[in-house]
Design a protein. Structure first.
Length: 254
């Protein structure tokens, strides 16, 4: 009999905190959940441009030499635009043998050599001249234009604060219609809103829109050049839209 009583006491002691924790987790207060969104528009002060060079020949040595010649000319052209060497990088060299029918390896066409030059441009006003010079030097693809701001963190904080204010104003107006007032925030969540605009493409086409939050995408747009060798459309330097989106749950009070 004593053993049974002790066991019952131990069970109460051990399960007591668990019941208490569950009671704390269950919140039966009246609540309202709203979302708030804000956009801060800023001018870009940095552009990362990725150029592509593609050459081919039945002889792999010739294909590589053609590519290397254009690479040297393009790097020299970029430097002539006043871009320091530290802001010019070459990477992503690839060599691909190609057939008219790649599945059965029939009718060999040649070796396609691809190389990439990535330029970080801090003087955004030079972007058009830089693109034109690169195309005239033999570059035949523009991998991507990534418009950035060096003060992204500061502007993102501004957008977040504005989004929270928007959520609070929405909650105030909605609760007032119901004859309620807004109390303390119970839960705050930030929703992913993407990163600033960037242009991107594959080797066979192009598109533009919201990019990933970090890293250069492995993409490019084939250059559209006029008879003079210049790019036919100017590069529009608009503003970056830095967005913030939050979801907030407030307590409701009468």
């Amino acid at each position: 009999m004593k053993t049974t009583v002790i066991g019952a006491v131990l069970a109460i002691v051990l399960t007591g905190p668990a019941w208490s924790q569950q009671a704390q987790m269950y919140d039966d207060r009246p609540k309202i959940t709203v979302t708030g969104e804000a956009v801060v528009n800023v001018k870009p002060d940095k552009i990362v441009i990725s150029f592509g060079i593609e050459t081919w020949d039945a002889d792999i040595t010739v294909a590589k030499q053609k590519n290397n010649d254009i690479l040297k000319k393009s790097v020299a052209a970029v430097k002539e635009c006043g871009i320091p060497e530290k802001d010019i990088q070459t990477d992503q060299l690839s060599i691909e043998p190609r057939w008219s029918d790649n599945y059965v390896k029939k009718n060999f066409i040649g070796y396609f050599v691809r190389n990439t030059v990535v330029v970080t441009l801090s003087e955004v006003g030079k972007v058009e001249d830089l693109v034109t010079s690169a195309l005239q030097s033999g570059v035949n693809y523009i991998h991507g234009l990534d418009f950035q701001t060096t003060e992204f963190k500061e502007y993102r904080e501004q957008a977040r604060e504005l989004a929270l204010k928007a959520a609070k104003e929405k909650a105030d107006k909605m609760s007032a219609v119901l004859g309620q007032t807004v109390g303390v925030p119970i839960q705050i969540n930030e929703n992913y809103s993407g990163s600033p605009w960037r242009y991107w493409s594959s080797w066979y086409g192009w598109d533009w829109g919201w990019g990933r939050s970090s890293g250069m995408s492995q993409v490019q747009v084939q250059a559209d050049r006029g008879s003079s060798g210049e790019i036919t459309d100017t590069v529009a330097l608009g503003k970056l839209s830095i967005r913030a989106n939050v979801s907030v749950t407030f307590e409701l009070k009468k």
